[in-house]
Design a protein. Structure first.
Length: 239
């Protein structure tokens, strides 16, 4: 596990709490060092401050996801606007906390992320078959997504949403239900985070993201995943 934080006191606080729960922790003080540490090993989680020297946290996430690295990323920031939160998620962060934060809440977020990451990496064999919705294939074992045979790279959060919806095609999921797939029940997380993930998924699995035929919005309710080859797939849905 890596903690990237340029404030020594904050870094030491996070390190102590993580080690108290049995985690092996490496602390670095800038973004480039964080990238180097991730590339040298296979950490489960990166606790990442946004404002850091040499490379900020947003740039670190951007690079890691462009390299296809799927470790969980929890971002920490003094910024508190929703736009900042959505930008971090848009780049591929899995969760986001604003300073000052409660160390107990931080540990709860870490436990949630690790549970979900390990569940994704080691799925139940019964659920290990490839999920198919038309030309879209979601493989829970290999953690892969393909559209018309072409592999699509997804962040861990995007994959969790897509796998949940692919397991029940045509079911309408409320935003709160999809948020549960992302973070568990957490009153601190905005349901708009789901909208950001949906927008990003459409860019990856739709030929025309502004005119989706697979990942549809059901007005006033939520979202559903459907096979566009089926007649009437969008009869009750709006883009």
């Amino acid at each position: 596990m890596i903690v990237a934080e340029d404030d020594p006191k904050q870094a030491e606080l996070v390190r102590r709490y993580l080690e108290r729960e049995g985690h092996a922790v490496t602390v670095v003080g800038d973004g480039l060092a964080a990238l180097e540490q991730v590339r040298q090993g296979t950490p489960d989680l990166l606790v990442l401050d946004v404002m850091m020297p040499r490379a900020d946290g947003l740039d670190v996430v951007r690079v890691l996801r462009s390299e296809g690295r799927e470790l969980a990323v929890l971002m920490l920031t003094a910024r508190s606007t929703e736009d900042d939160l959505l930008l971090g998620l848009d780049l591929g962060a899995d969760d986001y906390m604003t300073k000052p934060y409660s160390p107990r809440e931080l540990m709860a977020r870490v436990r949630t992320l690790l549970r979900r990451t390990r569940r994704d990496a080691d799925p139940d064999p019964v659920d290990g078959h490839v999920l198919r919705v038309g030309a879209l294939a979601v493989d829970p074992v290999r953690h892969e997504v393909a559209v018309e045979g072409v592999r699509v790279e997804c962040t861990p959060g995007e994959f969790r949403l897509l796998a949940a919806m692919a397991a029940e095609p045509d079911r309408v999921f409320a935003r709160e239900q999809l948020l549960e797939e992302l973070h568990g029940f957490d009153r601190y997380i905005s349901s708009r985070t789901v909208d950001v993930h949906i927008m990003n998924l459409r860019k990856k699995i739709e030929r025309a993201p502004r005119r989706p035929v697979r990942l549809l919005t059901v007005f006033g309710v939520g979202y559903k995943l459907t096979d566009p080859a089926k007649g009437g797939a969008r009869a009750s849905a709006r883009r």
